[in-house]
Design a protein around this ligand. Structure first.
Ligand SMILES: C[S@@+](CC[C@H](N)C(=O)[O-])C[C@H]1O[C@@H](n2cnc3c(N)ncnc32)[C@H](O)[C@@H]1O
Length: 222
């Protein structure tokens, strides 16, 4: 949290959306709804909203979210501060959504928090909704760099920054358990997804369409 709080003080806004957001947009219709988990400085959320996708973007850094809501909030775009691993505690959400989108945020949370998040996803995603995830996995060049975090498998602190590296096949397995008989539209751990400053590292990219979902039991669990 402190790492990102400090980072966004000098990177308040970014005009460039990620390659992943452009990839995911192809599967979304105008007028559909999207929930972004960990929106950072809102670059992808802004891109989706500009393309007439009703976008709700969550991040834990409250001062950045307040800034973004004041500057960029619109009919299509709202920013909400909160912990995306505790979705049921965020009061202003209006599930279910057509898409849940997580770019570079799954590796920011522990395995236990991931489990909590995945158990909430069927409540927040529509039937036939899309789950879009891009994250660091075992093939990423930072894997096993830095100090390992006690009691957590595959989690390291490197350059003052927590990262938990995701095992590709295990993630696919968890998604199938979470989403039921889902259609995996795209799944790979490869290069070419997020080149930055001339470096083309490995990342995991997954897009799945759920058969489960609909937010049916949410009213009872809120
Ligand atoms: C690597 S940044 C990615 C930002 C954005 N998705 C992008 O691709 O530009 C990770 C973001 O996730 C947020 N984050 C991490 N864990 C979170 C949590 N449990 N709840 C809400 N936000 C979280 C951080 O504050 C940070 O803004």
């Amino acid at each position: 949290m402190d790492y990102w709080k400090f980072y966004y003080r000098s990177h308040k806004i970014s005009a460039d959306n990620s390659l992943f957001s452009s990839f995911v947009k192809q599967f979304l219709e105008q007028g559909s709804s999207l929930l972004e988990l960990g929106c950072g400085n809102g670059r992808d959320a802004t891109f989706f909203a500009k393309n007439h996708i009703y976008t709700t973007a969550i991040d834990q850094v409250e001062e950045e979210i307040t800034y973004l809501q004041n500057e960029l909030g619109s009919e299509y775009l709202s920013f909400i501060s909160g912990d995306f691993t505790q979705l049921q505690k965020i009061r202003d959400l209006k599930p279910p959504y057509d898409c849940i989108y997580s770019r570079f945020t799954l590796h920011s949370v522990s395995a236990l928090e991931e489990k909590q998040l995945f158990s909430d996803i069927p409540l927040f995603l529509k039937k036939n909704g899309l789950l879009a995830i891009e994250t660091r996995g075992y093939k990423n060049s930072l894997f096993q760099k830095g100090d390992s975090v006690g009691g957590q498998e595959d989690a390291f602190i490197y350059n003052d920054h927590y990262r938990r590296f995701v095992h590709f096949e295990s993630l696919l397995e968890s998604l199938k358990n979470t989403l039921g008989d889902c259609e995996i539209i795209f799944a790979a751990e490869d290069k070419g997804f997020a080149p930055l400053n001339g470096v083309d590292d490995y990342f995991i990219r997954i897009l799945a369409r759920t058969q489960r979902g609909g937010g049916a039991s949410l009213e009872f669990s809120l």
